[in-house]
Design a protein around this ligand. Structure first.
Ligand SMILES: Cc1cc2nc3c(=O)[nH]c(=O)nc-3n(C[C@H](O)[C@H](O)[C@H](O)COP(=O)(O)OP(=O)(O)OC[C@H]3O[C@@H](n4cnc5c(N)ncnc54)[C@H](O)[C@@H]3O)c2cc1C
Ligand SMILES: *[C@@H]1O[C@H](CO)[C@@H](O)[C@H](O)[C@H]1NC(C)=O
Ligand SMILES: *[C@@H]1O[C@H](CO)[C@@H](O)[C@H](O)[C@H]1NC(C)=O
Ligand SMILES: *[C@@H]1O[C@H](CO)[C@@H](O)[C@H](O)[C@H]1NC(C)=O
Ligand SMILES: *[C@@H]1O[C@H](CO)[C@@H](O)[C@H](O)[C@H]1NC(C)=O
Ligand SMILES: *[C@@H]1O[C@H](CO)[C@@H](O)[C@H](O)[C@H]1NC(C)=O
Ligand SMILES: *[C@@H]1O[C@H](CO)[C@@H](O)[C@H](O)[C@H]1NC(C)=O
Length: 495
């Protein structure tokens, strides 16, 4: 039972006493938890809450847009392309385990990936070869031993990160990202730029600078559409997959995970519903105001919850919060990333070459003048046709696209506020804004990734479970405990 687990001995006696009067245990009604946002974060939180609390909790998920949040696809029959978050590392425990548990199929991405080339706006400064020995030779010729000096760092970071899974398995949760990051020695990485961390490791020589500005920044621009000024933890996350290639995604689209998690957690999904306000009430409960996004009328509903999880970055939504001070919270700026999916053929002339490097996967240097951050040929394409995905910081005009591609058809465009524009030293919002009110995206500016949202979800689920146990132990018994300390029992029971 929720109640007894958290009840001190005296409380249990009082509950028994009270039960005699009311014929009920101190566990009053079923506690109610509201989750705002049906992305990976919100839906994983629902799943973890159900795991923690069993059937005794009612879960409502509110979603104003699409289930999956920043994991969305463009689809034509069995042709599926990720327009948002696409890759997951195999050591991302929660995402991987949940994918398996939900009966979804993982697709390995590593080995047969396209050879990349690096474009500085004028020339291809580096071409990967299909032969790894050739690539290695080119790497050493251009960048010296930089790659080897850097190689171990992301894996080292991952090892620290993985300690979080043990900590969480023991039921330990943290009120703030700082505490959580410090518990596994990752906090410092969020306080300096990746550039400083990287050059500190590989040296500040010419070859090292070149390596940083071309190879490393190129990868950061793919992952975060930003250069090496991102914080060092985000940089490590960005590099990890590029180095060991142990990556996967979900067959048919990553967003299916969010869908299945909602079902598995037996949460009530309120689609087309925007949360507009969270109001703290006496007794520490919350009232949620919602609006139907499709209704032309300014229709508004409200309902009461024992705990609320905000599973969307506060900066990306207009929720009024009252009764919990959030005025002084650090605010993040989000990086715009436009994902453009096209069918067509790359024009060699755009790149000033006879033939575009074979992999047709072009990344760009840190300050390249190219209008895109990456253009890559997609793999799962029907015979004879080529589909490319571009990420850019601004929408690409038809003229620009025409200059890059011949036989162009634009299939889909998706304009995202994609991830924080990282700016170390990072300052964090708390996971626990007030008792009963939690922010799942508080640590997204340490690094933004689906697994980051899942780990935060586990942390917040543990915090919420603890809060519900404490407050359900206290709802009635708390009054009694106070009364036992000398106040008037009759007054408390009357009120
Ligand atoms: C182009 C792109 C590429 C990326 N690539 C990767 C990658 O390869 N790998 C990776 O791990 N990560 C990647 N990411 C980052 C990843 O998408 C995010 O870190 C992660 O999906 C965030 O999940 P979330 O559930 O925390 O938030 P979101 O997915 O943003 O979910 C929040 C949800 O809340 C809803 N919402 C907002 N306000 C309200 C409201 N008031 N009421 C009701 N609902 C509301 C939104 O509609 C949204 O569905 C990428 C992101 C983008 C945009
Ligand atoms: C969708 O697929 C069909 C069948 O493969 C194809 O004929 C059609 O051109 C595709 N549509 C787009 C927009 O790619
Ligand atoms: C983090 O930085 C602080 C202050 O610079 C230092 O004392 C501490 O040892 C560092 N921790 C780790 C894990 O590197
Ligand atoms: C790119 O620009 C940033 C910001 O101006 C600068 O710090 C960085 O050194 C530049 N990178 C390269 C490789 O020139
Ligand atoms: C928040 O509200 C402002 C003004 O009403 C509006 O301009 C903005 O687009 C809204 N932001 C979001 C994320 O809905
Ligand atoms: C990369 O390949 C292109 C041809 O596709 C060529 O023009 C360019 O010189 C190559 N770059 C290097 C550094 O070898
Ligand atoms: C670009 O071209 C498409 C058709 O190919 C058209 O629908 C769209 O409006 C054009 N966009 C602009 C900005 O001209």
């Amino acid at each position: 039972m929720l109640c007894k687990a958290a009840c001190p001995a005296t409380c249990i006696q009082l509950v028994v006493l009270l039960s005699a009067w009311y014929g009920v245990a101190c566990l009053k009604q079923q506690p109610r938890v509201a989750i705002i946002g049906a992305g990976i974060g919100g839906t994983a939180a629902a799943y973890f809450l159900r795991e923690e609390l069993g059937p005794e909790v009612h879960l409502d998920i509110f979603e104003q847009g699409e289930v999956g949040g920043r994991t969305q696809i463009w689809q034509n029959g069995s042709e599926v392309y990720e327009m948002g978050a696409s890759i997951i590392h195999e050591e991302n425990k929660y995402f991987r385990e949940l994918t398996d548990k939900m009966g979804l199929e993982r697709v390995q991405l590593g080995d047969d990936s396209n050879e990349v080339s690096i474009w500085d706006g004028q020339a291809f400064v580096f071409n990967e070869s299909a032969w790894s020995l050739v690539t290695l030779y080119r790497m050493i010729r251009r960048y010296g031993l930089s790659y080897f000096y850097m190689r171990g760092a992301p894996a080292e970071t991952l090892q620290r990160y993985k300690r979080l899974y043990d900590i969480q398995a023991e039921g330990q949760a943290f009120d703030t990202p700082e505490e959580l990051l410090k518990a596994v020695d990752l906090y410092n990485l969020t306080q300096r730029t990746f550039r400083d961390e990287l050059l500190g490791r590989i040296g500040w020589g010419t070859a090292a600078q070149k390596f940083a500005g071309e190879f490393v920044a190129g990868i950061n621009r793919i992952q975060y559409n930003q250069g090496n000024g991102i914080n060092a933890m985000a940089g490590m996350v960005s590099m990890l997959g590029a180095i060991d290639g142990r990556l996967f995604n979900i067959k048919g689209g990553n967003r299916q995970l969010a869908e299945r998690l909602i079902k598995a957690s037996d949460a009530s999904l309120h689609l087309g519903t925007r949360v507009t306000g969270i109001y703290r009430r006496e007794h520490g409960t919350y009232e949620l105001h919602t609006k139907c996004t499709s209704a032309s009328l300014e229709e508004s509903h409200s309902s009461k919850y024992d705990a609320v999880l905000v599973a969307v970055p506060l900066e990306l939504t207009n929720i009024t919060i009252s009764g919990a001070d959030h005025t002084g919270l650090p605010r993040r700026v989000y990086q715009r990333t436009v994902a453009t999916l096209v069918r067509g053929r790359l024009r060699p002339s755009y790149f000033g070459v006879q033939q575009v490097p074979k992999g047709e996967y072009v990344m760009v240097t840190e300050n390249s003048t190219a209008p895109f951050s990456v253009v890559s040929r997609q793999r799962e394409v029907p015979e004879g046709r080529k589909v490319f995905k571009l990420f850019s910081r601004q929408p690409l005009s038809n003229e620009t696209l025409q200059s890059i591609f011949q036989d162009l058809t634009v299939l889909a465009v998706r304009d995202w506020e994609a991830y924080p524009h990282f700016s170390p030293p990072e300052r964090f919002q708390p996971f626990k804004l007030a008792p009963g009110l939690y922010l799942n995206n508080a640590w997204e500016n340490a690094a933004s990734a689906m697994e980051m949202s899942a780990v935060a979800a586990k942390n917040c689920a543990l915090l919420i479970a603890r809060h519900l146990r404490e407050s359900s132990a206290c709802q009635v018994p708390d009054a009694l405990i106070h009364s036992a300390k000398g106040s008037d029992v009759a007054t408390i029971l009357d009120s």
